[in-house]
Design a protein around this ligand. Structure first.
Ligand code: HXH
Length: 341
């Protein structure tokens, strides 16, 4: 019964095992959850991503200070449990310290300074984990949500120009020529944003930039995006000839605009709706297993999720297929045992 779950007379192996040959099953983890969710992670997941511990502000807080201790512990955890590890993330507008974008006197850093800092950061971080991290979210979230703008305004874009994206991939490839390099974004199934992401990827491909995959974050909810929209996005991204991963999957109980805070636990209707959604999206993922290489949840069990503080601070959410006690939810049974129905 080790690493297995029983429902009535049925004994089944963990999720990672069940989806072997189709795609990896991953979870985002932290220093806390590799302790508090250790058994859950070991039983069901064969890949991890650092939720925060490899972000710029965590790993390189000051110009000449790199803090690798936390990231190293996650790399060790992955190795100890035979899990693969994704790297998240090298170049992003958030969780990046201000010093990166300033000269020593506080004025905005010039392009050459920014490129040198980006290159050093990528060299040292991706270089350190060569052979341990098999893929990197090299660039995160550079596409603008507002429909009339292509690239998001950011310190990277303002200070370097549009080619900061290509440069990041080139630096990452030089630092670890064997790593798979991903572009990662959210609202990735929204048709307008999707087409802007595709335009970016096509531009990079025309410039022969080393890019190997597209990360679909997958921060979804009970009502959206529709299965048709997700399918269409998968089809269009796959047509670019790159592999796809769902990198940050969670299915929130609340629509984005829904700010209600009165719920202490999920209703039976919510759990059923969520189970149906998970059944549908995993059915879709299985259909596209030849282009999708990993599904990573942005957490593992409902006892901890970033959605407890976003977009409403302190509002509990229950976005995963395991509950707060790490027990399988209705959604788990809809995605589990899929090849034995
Ligand atoms: C992800 N961003 C990040 O990739 C990941 O590193 C982090 O741990 C969690 C989620 C998703 C996201 C993107 C934009 C955003 C919030 C979350 O900002 C918004 C702010 C207001 C309204 C809409 C989006």
């Amino acid at each position: 019964m080790n690493n297995s779950l029983q429902k009535s007379n049925l004994v089944i192996p963990g999720l990672g095992q069940q989806y072997k040959g189709l795609f990896d099953i991953g979870a985002a983890v932290s220093q806390t959850t590799i302790e508090t969710q250790k058994e859950l992670l070991a039983a069901h997941f064969n890949s991890i991503t650092a939720e925060n511990d490899m972000k710029f502000e965590r790993i390189h807080p000051l110009k000449d200070v790199y803090t690798f201790e936390a990231a190293d512990r996650l790399v060790d955890f992955a190795a100890k449990h035979g899990m693969r590890m994704r790297g998240h993330t090298l170049v992003w507008h958030n969780q990046t310290p201000d010093w990166v974008f300033e000269e020593s006197d506080g004025v905005p850093a010039i392009r050459e300074t920014l490129l040198a800092r980006m290159k050093e950061h990528i060299d040292i971080v991706a270089g350190r984990y060569k052979g341990l991290i098999y893929c990197w979210d090299v660039v995160n979230e550079v596409i603008e949500d507002k429909s009339d703008v292509w690239l998001r305004e950011s310190n990277w874009l303002n200070g370097i120009g549009e080619d900061f994206i290509a440069k990041a991939f080139q630096f990452a490839h030089e630092a670890d020529p064997n790593a798979l390099l991903f572009y990662n974004d959210y609202n990735e199934c929204n048709p307008e944003k999707r087409d802007k992401i595709i335009r970016l990827i096509q531009m990079l491909q025309q410039q022969e930039v080393p890019i190997h995959g597209i990360g679909l974050q997958g921060h979804w909810n009970l009502n959206g995006p529709s299965i048709a929209e997700i399918r269409e996005a998968i089809e269009k991204y796959a047509a670019l000839g790159l592999q796809l991963q769902v990198t940050e999957l969670d299915i929130s109980m609340f629509d984005f605009e829904d700010r209600r805070t009165d719920l202490l636990q999920p209703t039976a209707e919510m759990l059923e709706k969520q189970a149906e959604r998970y059944e549908q999206v995993f059915g879709l993922f299985r259909e596209y297993h030849e282009v999708i290489t990993a599904i990573t949840f942005w957490g593992a069990g409902d006892d901890y999720t970033w959605l407890d503080d976003f977009p409403v601070r302190g509002r509990k959410n229950w976005p995963f297929v395991f509950d707060e006690k790490h027990q399988p939810k209705p959604a788990f049974w809809k995605i589990a045992n899929w090849n034995n129905r």
